[in-house]
Design a protein around this ligand. Sequence first.
Ligand code: MLT
Ligand code: MN
Ligand code: ZN
Length: 296
Amino acid sequence: MRVVLLGTAAGGGFPQWNCTCALCAAAQDGKLPSRTQECVALTGNGRDWWLLNASPDIRAQLTATAVLWPDPGPRETPVRGVLLTDAEADRVTGLTVLRGAPDLKVYAAPPVRTVLAPARGALDRYAPWEWADSLADGGFVLSGGLVVTAHPVSAKTPKYVPAGLAAADGRWVTAYRVEDLATGGVLLYAPCVGAWSHTLDELCEEADCVLLDGTFFTADEMGSTVRSGPGQAALGHLPVSGRNGSLAALARHPRTRRIYTHLNNTNPLVDPASRARAQLAEEGIEVLPDAIEFAL
Ligand code: MLT
Ligand code: MN
Ligand code: ZN
């Protein structure tokens, strides 16, 4: 399985378009690497590519990635579909860029499919897509030899979801386990995690690589308005640091390659010279730039 990190920033990207904080200013000046909004492409056979989420930056991400260029026909994209982890704006709005691409298949959990119903109706008028339930029993198989199971990890709902709908089904955020049948390589993709769980420990332990929610390094880095208790999610994201943070959990799985993604512009991990990055390096945990490709 080939995995390309198309983007590694949280919503708004890095630098964030409307922010003058020291980190964003450094990125604006080219002193820190810029990051587009979080999105991944993967393939089992090098021909059929699947997107994990569709970021608002998807057009730039696709045009910057040669393996995702149209080929050989004038409209023959190697992109076969999209696996959505949730319904957040920074995960789904890229679907509007892909509109009109024939035969795309989009996997999402039931509440995500429900809240996207109006958008689905609109997109299907450009080209009918197949909208599948990511949580269907037994998982699903992607062309190219990839077997996928989805695992609910959080009830975090996007701000635009009305309260009644939010409460109707708690399976708003899923993690994906993707296994390449040919190599046996396993990727765990969990770019939004609200709290650590036994399930995540089990999935991490048997994965070769995990891409994990690294939105915030500390629970209060957005300011006191989102301050929360130890091990609690800040704005629905489990912070990296702290006794009950995700770094302590990842440290229990040293045999797994561990990479943080969906980095917010406030997160010191965006600075390779930060103490935070040194702390990660001590545990052998990585933060990678956009456009990195690796194999499993
Ligand atoms: C999140 O990751 O918490 C959301 O994407 C926030 C947002 O940008 O709406
Ligand atoms: Mn986000
Ligand atoms: Zn900023």
